[in-house]
Each structure stands twice: as C-alpha cells, then as structure tokens.
Design a protein around this ligand. Structure first.
Ligand code: SAM
Length: 410
C-alpha cells in the first residue's frame, strides 16, 4: 500500500463515521468498504466499523467486523492482539463479544495462521514503514524550507520554546525540532492522546521505530544543526500503549483537543510558533481565522517568530479541482456536507499576509509555495468563481500553497 492510499483510507473512514452520525448507513457501508479496500491489513478500520455497528444496534455486523479486526491484529502477531481484544471487551455488547470469540477459533488451521501471519507482518510493516518515512520526509522538507530563513536571521533552535499547531497523528515536525534541541509543545484540535491512536498500537510502534531509527542516523538535517544535542531514545520518550500514545513532556508537551483560536499558554511563551497544512482549517466553519492569528501573535515572545506553510487548495480534489471551493458563497460552503479534514476557511495568501500584519507581526517572507506546480488560472476559471473571489489577483489564485514568516517586534 502506498501512503496516498493510507490517507485516502482515513478520509473514507472519516466520511463513513460522519454518515453513521447522520444515520446514513448505506452510504457509510460504501465508505467503510472503500477504506478497507485501500488499507486491507489495517485492523483499525474494522474496529471502528464494528464499534459504529454496535452503537447502531447492528449486532451481527458488529460481530463480523470485530472478528475481522481481531483476525487481522492476531495475524499481525503483535502484542496488539491482546490490546485489541481488551478494548473490544470494553466496547462490545456481551453477546457480540462472545460471538466474536466463537468466530475467531475455527477460522484458520494453526499452520495456515503461521503462513498468513508471516505475510501479513511483512506487508503490514512495509505499509507503515513507508507511511512513517513519508511523514518524516514531508516534515524534513518543511524544516529545511523555513529553518534556514530563521537561522540566517539569528534564530537558535537549541533551548528555544517552540509551539507546533496541528501536529496530528504522528507529529514528525515536532521530533525534528526536538533533535535540533528545542523544547517542543504541540496542540491539535481534533486529536487527543487517545484519538492520536487512530493508527492502532502496532502501527504506531512501527511508525515510531522507523522515525527514531532515522533520527538516530542524523541524515535528515544539516549536521551543524544537530551538533552537541543528545540522541533521542524512543523507549524513554514515546509510549505506544493500548489506547493512547504518550510522550515524555520533556520531549514533547502534546495537548490534544485544543483549538488554535484559544491557546492555553501565557502571553509571550514561545520563541517560534509553526504549522504545516493546518491554518487553512482554522476558524472553519463558524469561527474567524483571524482569531487564531491573534492567538499566535499573543503567545509569541517579543522577537519571536511565526512560520506557517498553508495549503490553499480545495482538499476534496486538490489535483484536479484546486479552486472548486471558491465557487460557493460563504453560506453555501458552510452548509455543505464536507468531512472535517476536507473543510477549509478558503483564505488566500494576501488575506493571511494582512491578518498577520493586523495582529501586530512584522512580515519577513510571504511567498507562494508551488512545489513546481502553480494552479492554472484562465479567464474561464475566474468566470466560474463566486463573486467574493472573482477580484482576487492572479498570484492569489495560482498559488497552491504559501509560506508566511513573520516576527513579533521586540
Ligand atoms: C492536514 S492536518 C496536518 C497535519 C500535519 N501538520 C502534517 O503536515 O502532516 C491538519 C491538522 O490540524 C488540526 N486542526 C484543524 N483545525 C485545528 C484548529 N482549529 N486548532 C488546532 N488544530 C487544528 C487537525 O486535527 C489535523 O491534525
């Protein structure tokens, strides 16, 4: 499986869960099927599907999916099986759980389990090793893009207090700041120590083992950025347990369930506030993204830096229809049923630039980030946009993303 499949699987899973909440079971089943076909070895999909079925009173379906989740986890041969069974026990109805046990036993002969186990473990490990490497490479690209701009202006990561907004499931950027000697804090609105575990304990372990092994090689960032910093020992810093992922707070102070518009930190706490592919989500659907910008400005120390990579494409189909979401009025867009991770506030680069200045920060860099691919904009494209977006200039429409670097005055 490639990591693109993995993220599509998560999107389908999210859509399925949203549909379950609205009672749209047929649609949810189709999305669950899609998620399973994209990530066939991942027991978490069956587990969430089973829990949703159980809550919806579809006990037999719940049993079937608890069984599939348990078999996948068992076949993986990880400790996860024990943990999964324990968590099933907590959530399943008694009858469902008993049936699941019965279902598991006669499924495979012991030798067949052996053969399947080996294959599954290899494939599963490969999937999540690739996933972890991609996360780390993406995080390293971001650090290599903005850290030189800071360092050449005198910023020192060693001992700096850094806040990462929207670190998500495996907050790889935070690990890179940590190897550079920073004291790192992360907030995320839709992830907590529990939901961060959406990957499942075994997958989290594989991801983290891969990431820490690569961090130990010290080949991701320039050697002079790392010199003198002690190595990071995974077993001392990260605990991938049953229902949560815990970080040693000296390594990463992770605060889940925190909205960037309301940061639980004192004014003047951080030397750097950073984010990647997160600001486009803040304030949506009902808030104002400017609230988040003001919070960033507030928690920065005088002289502190704010560095953000903002994805400006419609997340529903960024490659083929990156400006599609600009065809709607605010009211239409708010009313549309779009999964949370595909929603966006639709601000373009000029608006972000203005907001940071209005919040009292001095702009140092505001530039489109195209990764070699600008959005093609023709008069026809503009003609199709909603009136609110028709007057945007070419740079604003053609930028698929932007980097905004600013500084709080001393
Ligand atoms: C697209 S993900 C980016 C994750 C990570 N930075 C990366 O580059 O892989 C956006 C993250 O922002 C978080 N998020 C969305 N809105 C937020 C808000 N208002 N405050 C804090 N985090 C938010 C989401 O939960 C999600 O983890």
């Amino acid at each position: 499986m490639n990591p693109g499949n993995m993220s599509q699987a998560f999107t389908a899973l999210q859509q399925a869960m949203d549909m379950i909440e609205r009672g749209e079971y047929a649609g949810a089943d189709a999305q669950f099927d899609r998620a399973e076909s994209l990530a066939p070895h991942f027991p978490g999909i069956n587990l969430m599907r089973a829990q949703a079925m159980n809550q919806a009173g579809r006990v037999l379906d719940a049993v079937r999916h608890f069984g599939a989740a348990a078999i996948k986890a068992q076949i993986m041969g990880f400790q996860a099986h024990q943990q999964l069974a324990a968590s099933l026990e907590k959530t399943a109805r008694d009858a469902a759980f008993q049936s699941y046990r019965d279902l598991l036993a006669p499924r495979y002969a012991p030798e067949e389990i052996e053969t399947r186990a080996r294959r599954f473990i290899e494939e599963y490990t490969r999937e999540f090793t690739t996933h972890a490497n991609t996360l780390l490479d993406t995080a390293a690209n971001w650090v290599l893009l903005h850290a030189p701009l800071l360092i050449e202006r005198g910023f020192d990561f060693r001992g700096a207090r850094v806040l990462e907004i929207g670190g998500s499931i495996v907050p790889a950027v935070c690990y890179l700041y940590a190897v550079m000697g920073a004291r790192v804090c992360a907030v995320d609105k839709f992830r907590t120590s529990e939901s961060i575990n959406i990957l499942g304990p075994a997958a989290q372990r594989i991801c983290h083992e891969t990431i820490f092994a690569r961090l130990a090689k010290r080949d991701l960032l320039p050697a002079e950025w790392l010199a003198g910093n002690p190595p990071l020992i995974m077993d001392e810093l990260v605990e991938c347990s049953n229902n949560s992922v815990a970080f040693d707070p000296r390594f990463l102070d992770f605060r889940g369930g925190v909205d960037a518009a309301n940061l639980p930190f004192d004014t003047g706490s951080f030397d750097l506030v950073s984010s990647v592919a997160t600001l486009e989500h803040v304030g949506d659907p009902d808030g104002d993204p400017a609230d988040t910008v003001r919070e960033i400005a507030r928690v920065l120390k005088p002289g502190g830096w704010s560095a953000h990579m903002i994805d400006l494409c419609d997340h529903r189909d960024p490659k083929n229809a990156p400006l599609e979401f600009l065809k709607y009025s605010d009211a239409q867009w708010r009313a549309m049923s779009v999964p949370q991770n595909q929603r966006a506030n639709r601000w373009r680069m000029s608006r972000w630039s203005e907001a940071f200045k209005n919040a009292g920060l001095e702009e140092v860099v505001a530039r489109p980030e195209t990764a070699g691919n600008s959005i093609p904009v023709t008069p026809e494209t503009v003609a199709q946009l909603h009136a609110d977006f028709k007057n945007l200039d070419f740079a604003d429409l053609s930028a698929p993303g932007c980097l905004i670097l600013s500084r709080k005055p001393l």
